[in-house]
Design a protein around this ligand. Structure first.
Ligand SMILES: C[S@@+](CC[C@H](N)C(=O)[O-])C[C@H]1O[C@@H](n2cnc3c(N)ncnc32)[C@H](O)[C@@H]1O
Length: 382
């Protein structure tokens, strides 16, 4: 929808939205300096971001947050991003309006631009308040999916995600575009397939693109026609299957993501592994050592299979691995016979992890040779 969200929000049915992500004006375009592509630039995101009086900023936030609350379902939640320029006012308004604050997420940018003045600590974070509509009604939270994304540990309120990348700007630029990876996590945490997501300050439509890629419905409101056009181009680009897949894969993979060792084992060895909680891979051979494969240091899970059959996922019991001789493995019943040394990993055999998007292990490259894949290949759309 194009227009002022203060007006257009009234056209949306009450109690119809599952989650709202809002990236409102931070009101920081007031003559400060920043860095863009290595050059010093004046902070000027647009007229919509110029500050007003404290009273104006308070009234502005209170109004749109009040309108949004009526649109949320009773178990619905809202996420609002900000920095110290606006976030404390937003927090006050949320509390006054009867929302219940659930978390304040710190989004830590893994690649922040430098601070040129050298008179401050480098600004490398943004805050995202997560709140629910009502004090009493329980909210939706896909806890297990978040835990899996975090290598089997509870997801914390510090999210390390890079700032927006060039592959997200192929259709044009918005001065304050949010990364798809951030919206991926938010939407996955708070909604299920088919739910409806609203963004009242939609800008280049990032929330809508992530929602669409995840099979959610979306309503976005943006006042500037330039940005509405950009959103429509981004949406149109998803019609091309190849571009859609590229975007989807990039969105759900973080450079620092937990990985899974996908390991073929012969039937008898696999049964022994499931009994002992031990699995192993050759610690190097002429075809290249697994130990130097990218992602090995971030292993959190192991997926055992036999020629693609019966894939089962287990959480590793501890980080890292030990090097064992083939002889030591043979002593406890394994048929290790192709190499003198093996990397041994321990997992908890009784706690099989459920996942909803099995990778196709029958493809030739996944059998026989151990493979490392991001955990997001195992959990996904649902
Ligand atoms: C911080 S940007 C959002 C960027 C967006 N998250 C993205 O990833 O592209 C805020 C957007 O809200 C729009 N905006 C500001 N005030 C508005 C209002 N009252 N109604 C609708 N849109 C508004 C601005 O034009 C701007 O594009």
């Amino acid at each position: 929808m194009q227009g002022d969200c203060m007006k257009r929000l009234s056209e949306i049915a009450d109690n119809s939205i599952d989650t709202i992500f809002a990236d409102p004006p931070y009101f920081l375009s007031n003559g400060g300096i920043s860095v863009h592509s290595g050059k010093q630039v004046c902070v000027d995101k647009g007229d919509w971001d110029k500050g007003g009086t404290p009273e104006y900023i308070y009234e502005f936030n209170r109004r749109w947050l009040g309108l949004c609350r009526t649109k949320l379902r009773d178990n619905g939640t809202i996420w609002i991003s900000g920095t110290h320029h606006n976030i404390h006012v937003v927090m006050r308004c949320l509390q006054e309006l009867g929302y219940k604050v659930l978390n304040t997420i710190t989004w830590q940018k893994s690649d922040p631009p430098p601070n040129l003045s050298c008179r401050y600590f480098n600004f490398s974070t943004e805050l995202i308040i997560w709140a629910r509509k009502s004090e009493k009604k329980p909210h939706k939270f896909n806890y297990e999916k978040m835990k899996m994304l975090n290598g089997g540990q509870q997801m914390t309120d510090v999210w390390r995600i890079p700032a927006v990348s060039s592959w997200e700007k192929l259709e044009g630029k918005h001065p304050t575009q949010k990364p798809l990876r951030l919206l991926y996590r938010i939407i996955l945490a708070a909604t299920d397939e088919g739910d409806t997501v609203l963004d009242p300050f939609s800008g280049s439509g990032t929330t809508g693109i992530a929602a669409n890629l995840l099979g959610r419905k979306y309503i976005g409101i943006e006042q500037e026609s330039e940005f509405v056009q950009l959103s429509m181009r981004r949406r149109q680009a998803l019609e091309d299957e190849a571009s859609r897949k590229t975007l989807y894969d990039k969105m759900r993979t973080l450079p620092e993501e937990t990985t899974v060792l996908v390991n073929h084992m012969r039937e008898a060895d696999r049964e022994n592994a499931m009994r002992t909680g031990i699995t192993y891979v050759r610690a190097g051979d002429s075809k290249g050592s697994l130990l130097v494969k990218e992602g090995f240091e971030r292993l959190g899970y192991v997926c055992l299979h036999t020629n693609g059959d019966n894939p089962t996922l287990f959480k590793l019991a501890r980080k890292g691995f030990q090097i064992w001789t083939a002889e030591a493995l043979r002593e406890i019943g394994f048929s290790a016979e192709n190499a003198p040394y093996y990397a041994v990993l321990r997992f908890e055999p009784t706690s099989q992890v459920a996942y909803d998007q099995p990778v196709n292990l029958r493809k030739r490259q996944y059998t026989q040779v151990p493979h490392i894949q991001p955990i997001s290949d195992f959990i996904g759309l649902k």
